[in-house]
Design a protein around this ligand. Structure first.
Ligand SMILES: [Fe+2]
Length: 143
């Protein structure tokens, strides 16, 4: 994702796009070749990778915001959308349990999040944004 950036992943709704932009920024920082894993020279046992943990922590906040919005607005596809959020959370947790290291196995982690984001944007966030604007739950971003 470090090369991908958020361009092309907009829905036209700031509340949704801001979270995507934040995730892309976080990923680019975490996987910048000049940013070293802070556990690289320590006693890293490749358990509970801090980079994966940082992604999961960010997603927890942004997913919670979207999940709350869907529930409070009565979004008809809320269950399916939330399940997609949960699928990525579970995938990241499984990686940590399997001792995947985002430093050593950076392509694995980067690809998993990037592929999920591309699918999720197209199949879920854009639908939510369109629905929310149509129902006047959220406003489109100013031009
Ligand atoms: Fe979403």
């Amino acid at each position: 994702m470090s090369e991908m950036g958020p361009s092309g992943l907009t829905t036209g709704v700031r509340e949704i796009d801001a979270d995507t932009e934040g995730l892309c920024f976080l990923m680019s920082r975490l996987f910048d070749p000049l940013v070293e894993c802070r556990r690289r020279y320590g006693e890293c046992d490749h358990r509970q990778c801090t980079r994966i943990g940082a992604i999961a922590k960010y997603l927890d906040r942004s997913f919670r915001r979207q999940d709350d919005l869907m529930m409070s607005a009565g979004y008809p596809m809320a269950d399916e959308h939330q399940a997609e959020h949960e699928a990525l959370v579970e995938q990241l947790a499984a990686m940590q349990q399997a001792c995947v290291c985002a430093d050593r196995d950076r392509a694995v982690v980067d690809n998993a999040v990037t592929l999920w984001l591309l699918r999720h944007h197209r199949g879920f966030d854009r639908l939510l944004a369109n629905w929310a604007v149509t129902r006047r739950v959220l406003s489109p971003a100013a031009e």
